[in-house]
Design a protein around this ligand. Sequence first.
Ligand code: ZN
Length: 142
Amino acid sequence: MELRGRCHCGNIDLVLHWTGDPHGIPARACGCTFCTAHGAVWTCHPQARLEVTIREPAHVSEYAFGTETAQFRVCTRCGVVPLSTSTIDGVVYAVVNVRTLKGVDPGDLRHASADFDGEALEDRLARRSRNWIADVRVATAS
Ligand SMILES: [Zn+2]
């Protein structure tokens, strides 16, 4: 199943090749202060594939805080955060903000909340490498 998403102005465009249950897409509201402020709700599947196309890289901020092991890709033109990435042992992992996906039946989303405050750094990286999308391509549109 192919899911498409983008930031509001279209600078960051993504195609998520979803291999998990099409009627059970996880949608995790992270309780951290950044995600709470943005209303970001994340999904991932270790066998999914993600293609990201950025039109103007100069208008993409890679915001990091706390452990600084994850980069929130924020479009600085429209302020939307379609994805977050984490590079672990040279591999780029990603999660996608389901709020930026188009055409997803809300009934197919499995909402849950998640709070990783206080999680040890090595546990955090191990969890990401287990659960996050491991096949991520980020390209610049020419
Ligand atoms: Zn934008």
